[in-house]
Design a protein around this ligand. Structure first.
Ligand code: ADP
Ligand SMILES: N[C@@H](CCOP(=O)(O)O)C(=O)O
Length: 360
């Protein structure tokens, strides 16, 4: 907890679109909307046990600013950072730290806001504790909080990413399956060194990934309905079991898609079909009026330039991958949503690199 001098860091984490149709809980794409933290740690750090100890002061601007808790013991981002610190025997944040958050990622829309907050929290803990954790270890900590690897892996490493969770031995599985409330407890308001039990430690090497090729001409049109859908609710409607027919349908498409999106020029007929899904979208359509209509009526023949169209993450955002004709795609999706009484905003996004931490 000793501090050598004044330190200021910028932490940047991108939005992500998970699944890309058939790759439920497997693939993710990092996109050009950013969660940015400006972190200042004063030159002399008061010991946490002294009465003048001050927990971090959080401020927000941008998406979610009016909803997010500013209490660092309640905010997702800082609770994750504290989890990482406590896993390394650092019981509290450095005193008088300030964290300004500037956020472009809308909450609860299927663009990975919570995955980005978890990665930002892991990077914040790593930075404040001077832990120098290697990338795979950062991911282990993120996966203790966000248990599907698609968003967090793409947000951390950047690009078009496929990932899996290693099968853990019995002891490690037990460690990785502790309830989230124990990984991220509701911390008490007052600073004290005697809070509860030690946190559950992350098993080593939970998540593994590979980066696929990405053809540079492909851009992402995010069609964002003006309502929130929590990922938890959108996972709650999914069945526990699937037919072999539906699994094979998705596996065939995913195998083709991961290579097809790296090919130049991209093949719209191949990609449009390869972005179809039978594992999650059919079940989520009840929560997202207009979803089947948008994905079936906007096609490469009706909209030249379109490559494929799917639900982004758990929704309600629709992701259209295209090389041109972006506005027509988005405006026609707007008309379909309007018929269902839903307004949308749309953004043209690029595939970007992963998270960065810079000392300034
Ligand atoms: N930058 C952030 N800071 C704090 N909490 C956040 C942040 N981003 C997201 N969250 C939390 O995550 C929730 C959204 O998570 P989720 O339902 O998984 O949707 P999404 O598809 O946007 O990830 C928000 O309501 C908020 O509680
Ligand atoms: N594979 C997950 C992805 C959730 O992504 P989010 O951006 O909606 O949080 C799912 O489909 O549930």
């Amino acid at each position: 907890m000793a501090s050598a001098g004044p330190r200021k860091y910028i932490i940047r984490v991108p939005a992500t679109s998970a699944n890309i149709g058939p790759g439920f809980d497997v693939v993710g794409l990092s996109l050009s909307l950013w969660l940015t933290l400006t972190v200042t740690v004063p030159p002399t750090t008061t010991s946490p046990s002294t009465p003048s100890y001050e927990p971090p002061k959080l401020s927000y601007e941008g998406e979610g600013a009016s909803d997010v808790p500013l209490n660092p013991y309640k905010n997702l981002l800082t609770r994750v950072a504290l989890y990482v610190l406590r896993c390394h025997n650092i019981r509290l944040f450095p005193s008088h730290t300030t964290i300004h958050v500037s956020n472009q990622i809308p909450f609860g829309r299927g663009l990975g806001s919570s995955g980005a907050a978890v990665i930002a929290g892991v990077l914040l803990g790593n930075t404040l504790g001077g832990l120098n954790l290697p990338l795979p270890r950062l991911l282990d900590h993120a996966l203790m909080v966000e248990r599907h690897p698609d968003n967090v892996t793409a947000a951390l490493v950047g690009g078009f990413i496929g990932s899996y969770l290693r099968e853990l031995d019995e002891e490690a599985s037990e460690a990785a399956s502790v309830p989230l409330s124990e990984v991220l407890p509701e911390y008490p308001e007052d600073a004290s060194e005697n809070w509860g039990l030690d946190p559950p430690l992350a098993p080593v090497g939970i998540g593994h990934w590979v980066r696929f090729g990405w053809e540079k001409s492909i851009r992402a049109v995010a069609i964002v309905p003006r309502f929130e859908l929590s990922t938890a609710k959108a996972r709650g409607v999914l069945p526990n079991e699937y037919s072999r027919k539906d699994l094979v349908f998705n596996l065939q498409r995913l195998a083709v898609l991961t290579t097809a999106l790296g090919q130049s020029p991209p093949d719209p007929e191949l990609i449009y079909e390869a972005m179809k899904d039978r594992i999650h979208q059919p079940y989520r359509k009840a929560l997202i009026p207009g979803l089947p209509e948008v994905t079936s009526s906007i096609t490469p023949s009706t909209h030249p330039g379109l490559l494929g169209i799917c639900l982004s993450g758990a929704g309600p955002t629709i992701l259209a991958l295209a090389t041109h004709n972006f506005e027509a795609i988005a405006e026609d999706a707007r008309k379909i949503f309007q018929e269902k009484g839903i307004e949308i905003d749309w953004k043209l996004l690029e595939v970007v690199g992963g998270s960065t931490v810079e000392e300034v």
